[in-house]
Design a binder for this molecule. Sequence first.
Ligand SMILES: Cc1ncc(COP(=O)(O)O)c(C=O)c1O
Length: 446
Amino acid sequence: MPVSPVMSIVNTLAAEIQSGKLPPGAALPTHRQLAAQYGVAVASASKVYAHLGALGWVVGETGRGTFVRDRPGQREWDSADEARLSADTLDLSFNHPTWPGQAELLRNTLRELAASGDLAALMHQQPPGGRRHERQVVADFLLAERGVHVDAEQVFLVNGSQQGLDMTVRALLRPHDTVAVDALTYPGFKMVAGVQGLTMKPVPYSDDGPDLGALDALCGRERVRAIYAMPAMHNPLGWVLTARQRQRMVSIARCHDCLLIEDASYAFLAGRTAPALITLAPERTIYVSSLSKSVASGLRFGFAVVPKTHAGRIKSVIRASYWSLPSVMTAMATRWVAAGVVAEREKAQRADARRRQKIAQDVLAGMEFMAHPNSLFLWLPLPQDLRMDRIATALAEHGIAVSKAEAYATTRHAPHALRLGLSSVPADLLATALLRVRHTVEQFPI
Ligand SMILES: Cc1ncc(COP(=O)(O)O)c(C=O)c1O
């Protein structure tokens, strides 16, 4: 079949981007220049860029031009990574918030920083855990937005929640220590536990949270050094524990002298909830959170809040590993925290999550799945005879990435289920992507 002039140019440019001849971030000719270069009308040049944009190869920025999109290709991710981000994949596997104005915020803040008073300060080494005034900004934010009252010296700035978890385990636990985890839990914590040689003991769950009787029994049977929990917006199941459930968990931790590792990475989506574990048990709780799910996952800005008695150990681990976060990054992120940008983003993300959950409810109506109305993901158990790997492979062939239950399972056998992340796919493509999931599940193996 003959290829139209527009598609022929699209194919040429796509091939040049794929081969690396046009590298990420490269500025492309203006519409007029492209038209002249290929001898086509300006309107055709515009169609070329629109098409490349829809395929995910380029981005246009009003007033600045068109650029090769700078995103890691599929081959740049380890196969063990959940994220499979080839440019044209509809990514339901990972939650990367993208929102209008994201690039503008970064650009404006970089400009502001460049014009700010003591810029040279950002070239200096920071103390481990961050500079005092920046830790204070986070402490103020936690009080205002999450009702968590802590002192600045308990706050350690970290490279995302993931590093907060890793650092906590390195500083406060030893290889072969036992940690209680939900039977389905955040894969990144499984990785930390695996690398640090911890023994994970799964706690069964029901729709509204972990089986706390089983947790108590486990802690009674053997020495459990820590409990890893996501009391507000559990990933992947979306539960938000009630005040009673939290009180009970704290009593269990106190009775058996366990540390509580409270992962609050998605807690902002739940809005105001019952008090955080760190509020109920400040003497034994490490509270970890970040801006990855509200502002941008590539920022790598997070915070771990630790009891004062453990601060020295945490500081040593920070000093022994990364020493401090890059000053430029903490300066930007804490500006956004202090100026209310993060609180605004969190609110906007909650509203966006509700919209996206509504789309999911409509498209998947009649199918059984678990999700909180504000969560950015949902848990889709598969019918008995369907295997998750075959469904995931079939979806990958249709350009849709999903996460399989085995990444989340801490039991020997994982249930056959998928976790669908809802925030990375552009809102106007979400229904299409979910419909494809629905058809694939319903029609498999057709
Ligand atoms: C529950 C949970 N904890 C921690 C993380 C890691 O977040 P960060 O990007 O801040 O390291 C994630 C990321 O997906 C998560 O879902």
